[in-house]
Design a protein around this ligand. Sequence first.
Ligand code: RB5
Length: 159
Amino acid sequence: MRVALAADHGGLELKNSIRSWLEKAGYSVEDFGVHTGESVDYPDYAKIVAEKVASGEFDRGILVCGTGIGMSIAANKVPGIRAALVHDVFSARATREHNDSNILCIGQRVVGEGHALAIVEAWLRTEFSGGRHSRRVEKIGAIESVYCCRSLEGSQSAD
Ligand code: RB5
């Protein structure tokens, strides 16, 4: 599984811990920054990872900021993205089983490192349940198609 990873300055340390965990666990991971604590704008990093996932270049994305909220709001603007803001293991499993979420957002200022890594592990290892949940996820896509002009699937960045 190919995982695209990024953070703003508010999520730098947790993003680095997640990257180390992913590498040790054998995932193919690409870190799109940030690499220093300099203040940046989280939508710029949400956009990079969301486009990588929406285009199919990466299977999943993980975004970290101070709260995870800004990253999730921004990532969900990209067609095809179902970004879930998660701060507990139950929700990590549930959002994979029920929502087929393709991006996980976490807040470094909200959860401790160990808890965050448990959330990442649960989210990556849980499969979508399908069945009645497929119909609901399709309805999310139908709402999106009313308001969005195009999908990025099979294409490159929208830059
Ligand atoms: C940066 O201070 C902070 O606003 C950002 O990391 C995030 O929490 C936004 O939602």
